[in-house]
Design a protein around this ligand. Structure first.
Ligand code: CP
Ligand code: NVA
Length: 316
């Protein structure tokens, strides 16, 4: 991690977090330092968001995101409100603009999980309070911020490790590409040709990676991606909202299953990562996800600490 600078930096207060590109590399390192303090000394943060409220709007199911934000707000001295898809019916019962204008008068921040990323962008544009992306079809930045923190916690010299992501070029893959680009990391993504990350995201990542010194590659060659990797990351083949394509996807992704044969190509001490929920027997086999090399539940736990750090800095 770069040394802490003495000069006062602009604060993240009031900022939205919709994409990994919304924070600079140095802001991400600042969040990691805060997250480390939150994790090691939670008692120091007990009143940081006293009397503050976070509205959480969910248009898709969730376990980790809901629980980590809700518990996180309470542990910071504030509170969180769970708003189910049927409560809001965003854009149908009420426009995104009207929802933003109501919520900004009652709460101090909004977390949203939705399908179309543009809804998240519009909400942030209309609301005067910080908006945090809790997953869209395009990105899952809270997940990846926590995952990069987990990688840093595991191997301090993050710029020298090889990270690979195997499977669907989805929201998690997009945020990983952009996060690796911001921090100057080595990342290979291996996906079948028809399921590679969106060209616009790859182009932005390559552009940013050129500035940060990242080594990024997108390939179909899964064995080359996993060989000698320090971290092997996968996610479901069928994301929320794609259930109708499940059968077709199962066929396309079969060679990309992280099983013990594929995982054995990575370094002997390689870590297995998954954002969860996992579809065991599809993208990962039990012997890999349940092995001592698996850090999936630490990843899940770190959602709590890292998001508390984000809320602390944007909602204060
Ligand atoms: N990883 C993750 O976001 O999990 P949930 O969908 O359960 O929130
Ligand atoms: N790619 C998955 C991530 C779930 C946390 C999905 O969007 O369903």
């Amino acid at each position: 991690m770069p040394k802490r600078k003495k000069a006062r930096k602009p604060s993240l207060r009031g900022r939205d977090f919709l994409s990994m590109l919304d924070f600079t590399g140095s802001e991400i390192w600042d969040v990691f330092r805060t997250a480390k303090s939150v994790k090691d000394h939670p008692e120091r943060f007990r009143t940081r968001l006293r009397s503050k409220h976070l509205a959480m709007m969910f248009e898709k199911p969730s376990l980790r995101t809901r629980v980590s934000f809700e518990v996180g707000m309470r542990e910071l001295g504030g509170d969180a409100l769970y708003l189910a898809p049927s409560d809001i019916n965003l854009g149908k019962r009420e426009s995104v603009y009207d929802v933003a204008k109501n919520l900004e008068r009652m709460v101090h921040g909004i977390m949203i999980r939705t399908f179309d990323h543009d809804i998240c962008v519009d909400l942030a544009k209309f609301a005067s309070i910080p908006v945090v992306n809790g997953l869209t079809d395009l990105e899952h930045p809270c997940q990846v911020l926590s995952d990069l923190f987990t990688i840093w916690e595991t191997k301090r010299d993050v710029r020298s490790v090889k990270i690979c992501f195997v499977g669907d070029g989805n929201n998690v893959a997009h945020s990983l590409l952009l996060g690796a680009a911001r921090l100057g990391l080595r990342l290979m993504i291996a996906s079948p040709r028809a399921y590679q990350p969106k060209a616009s995201v790859v182009n932005s990542a390559f552009e940013e990676g050129g500035r940060s010194g990242a080594a990024l590659e997108v390939t179909e060659d899964v064995e080359r991606a996993v060989r000698d990797a320090d971290f092997v990351y996968t996610d479901v083949w069928t994301s929320m909202g794609q259930e109708g394509e499940a059968e077709q996807r199962r066929n396309a992704f079969r060679p990309y299953q992280v099983n013990s044969a594929l995982f054995s190509l990575a370094k002997p001490d390689a870590c297995f990562m998954h954002c969860l929920p996992a579809h065991r027997g599809e993208e990962v086999t039990d012997d890999v996800i349940d092995s001592p090399n698996s850090i999936v539940f630490r990843q899940a736990e770190n959602r709590l600490h890292v998001q508390k750090a984000v809320l602390t800095v944007v909602m204060r």
